[in-house]
Design a protein around this ligand. Structure first.
Ligand SMILES: Cc1ncc(C[n+]2csc(CCOP(=O)(O)OP(=O)(O)O)c2C)c(N)n1
Length: 330
């Protein structure tokens, strides 16, 4: 078994206007949401910490556009992007982050623990690799009940060093579960370069080790991620087992708000800003004439207004009552 390195062909760029519009809207929605979250954090509206997803938007958009609402998903403390890409309401997401009543978990989860039955979100997770076995459980449920659902789990490169990651991959492979493991390799595990903590050049090798079909893809190209996701989800739905996707990307901001970023150079960060996903997709839109400069601006403006309106509405939302402390406790 060998790693499959996805390479874009001209066929990948045969996209129609509505698809391009939807991808561009999705990328902008996440970017503006994350920027607004940082603004809110600075204003003291959010408890805990904020771990921005800026720079990784193409992974969430490329994968989630291939999922149904009912498919299962788990994610990490960077999970707002995945939630939005799966159809979350930005107002309910902001409300959750601000600890308000209308939030997805009535404001009890905060920025790191968003869950929603209606979105198939089995939870964002503050514990590194914590969501991986939960998604395996979702996939096992889907298989046993013959629900036709798949499970997707998003995690970072650092999560692949956790024991539970290995147990999860092995079980999913042995039981041929309908699951897609999406490793967002952003090169850093908190303040540690991934090359300091593991010797594999391609993390997809870790999927191969468990006999799982494993693919490496450019995680900054939404169409490349979309193509790989489509195939993986089809494999899972048709009973042909799991896929491991390594999406190579970059976290453009610090690990969390307030990170002094002494562990990487400004030059390196600049290099990645030059190939960040919104820039890449905008260039593709213009090159292949899916959308004009003006149309791109209009869609981005629409996404920005939607985010701003949701933010303002969430700020005004009520806090849960004191009695709520004792509800939903398991
Ligand atoms: C089990 C566990 N160990 C340590 C931490 C502290 N911690 C929070 S984020 C993080 C880095 C994780 O890196 P990675 O999985 O690559 O995800 P990324 O932050 O790059 O998205 C660590 C070590 C934690 N939250 N959970």
């Amino acid at each position: 078994m060998e790693i499959n390195f996805f390479e874009a062909t001209e066929d990948l760029y045969k996209v129609d206007k509505s698809e391009a519009t939807s991808i561009w809207h999705g990328l902008n929605q996440i970017r503006f949401f994350e920027e607004a979250s940082i603004k809110a954090y600075k204003k003291g509206l959010i408890g805990g910490s904020v771990h921005p997803y800026i720079g990784q938007e193409a992974v969430a958009v490329g994968i989630c556009r291939n999922l149904n609402n009912t498919d299962y998903m788990t994610t990490t403390y960077r999970g707002r992007g995945h939630a939005l890409a799966k159809g979350a309401d930005p107002f309910k997401l902001f409300a959750e982050m601000f600890g308000r009543k209308s939030g997805y978990c009535k404001g009890k989860g905060g920025p790191m623990h968003i869950a929603s039955k209606e979105l198939g979100m089995l939870g964002a997770n503050g514990i590194v690799a914590g969501g991986i076995p939960i998604a395996v459980g979702g996939a096992l449920t889907a298989k046993r009940k013959g629900e036709g659902k798949v499970a997707v789990t998003f995690f970072g490169d650092g999560a692949t060093n956790q024991g539970v990651f290995h147990e999860s991959l092995n079980l999913a492979a042995v039981l041929q579960l309908p699951i897609i493991f999406v490793c967002e390799n952003n090169l850093y595990s908190e303040m540690t370069p991934i090359s300091d903590s593991l010797l594999n050049k391609d993390l997809a090798e870790r999927g191969i080790a468990y006999h799982i079909h494993s693919v490496v893809v450019d995680g900054n190209d939404p169409l490349a991620v979309d193509a790989v996701a489509k195939e993986a989800i089809e494999r899972a739905r048709s009973g042909n087992g799991p896929t491991f996707i390594e999406a190579k990307t970059y976290r453009l901001l610090g690990h969390m708000f307030g990170d002094s970023e002494t562990y990487r150079t400004k030059e390196e960060v600049q290099e990645w800003w030059a190939k960040e996903p919104l820039k890449i997709f905008k260039e593709q839109c213009l090159q292949y004439e899916w959308l004009s400069e003006r149309e791109l601006e209009e869609v981005a403006e629409e996404a920005k207004e939607e985010i701003n309106a949701s933010y303002e509405q969430a700020v005004l939302d009520e806090e849960p009552s004191l009695e709520e402390v004792y509800t939903d406790v398991y």
